[in-house]
Ligand binder design. Sequence first.
Ligand code: 0CJ
Ligand code: F3S
Length: 336
Amino acid sequence: MWIARTLGGMTGEHEAGEPTPRVLLAKPRGYCAGVDRAVVAVEKALETYGAPVYVRKEIVHNRHVVKTLAERGAVFVEETDEVPEGATVVFSAHGVSPAVHAQAASRELRTVDATCPLVTKVHQEAKRFARDDYDILLIGHEGHEEVEGTAGEAPEHVQLVDGPGAVDQVTVRDPEKVIWLSQTTLSVDETLETVRALRERFPSLADPPSDDICYATQNRQVAVKQMAPECDLVLVVGSRNSSNSVRLVEVALQAGASAAYLVDHAGEIDASWLEGVTTVGVTSGASVPEILVGEVLHWLADRGWADVEEITTANEKLTFSLPRELKRDMKPQAVR
Ligand code: 0CJ
Ligand code: F3S
């Protein structure tokens, strides 16, 4: 479905017959339900317990979000041993291993767990298949917090498979008892390729009970895929360490965009990228506040790309309620 919308701003001067500069704006884009919940959890923790509230790792992988929350009194740390005893720590949307919960408990920290419920679902799957003594092949990116948390549920059963190129190195105890699970923010197409390669080696490989790549990751990839073939340039708003945002650049290029770049904010756009360009696609990762997209649209409008058409491939309505432990402590009128 196409929804036409025009932003204010200068229009470019173009000779009659020349193609008109335009922007295709992907929808869905930006915040998913899990990111919204995690960011609001930090805000409500600050309101409820007072600053400082500690946050283990970046609450979500977005520089603007982290900076804004830091200005309001959130203190971002790498590990719980940096949190003073008895203080409050929020666990990020990407999830933590049981070992991290145990460390926090041993330091008597008050914890607010902002792990996305869709990551928790993958943790439950890892626990269940480890209990049934499966070898679990976890497809994901090495070093990413989410896979560290998920693998930590059953380290003796989980092996990380970082893309199709890593399949050859996999060894299992019993090829009849193997399952794959995945990080929630991967490229759908690349993951299917990895699974195909794994299944060639292990024909009895079992599938996860439901999709591990989450609805938000999938929806943002579908939207960018739809607009990419028409785009001379795609701008993806997102931070460098945001897996789902980086995937959107890759998906745009694979789907036919002539060029695609990841920018944290409008200030990172290079005006030379617009040379010879008629259609610019714009989207953003699941951890990106809409204000940053608005600034990119205004930057483009000021340079003649004022016509914006929104391409809608799904309407998202999912919301998650706040972590239970936080709701318990919040003032009644502030609970959502
Ligand atoms: O892993 C998650 C729960 C996704 C959180 C939202 O995105 P972001 O950018 O913080 O994280 P990814 O690097 O996983 O995409
Ligand atoms: Fe959750 Fe997916 Fe967002 S796992 S945090 S809904 S990107």
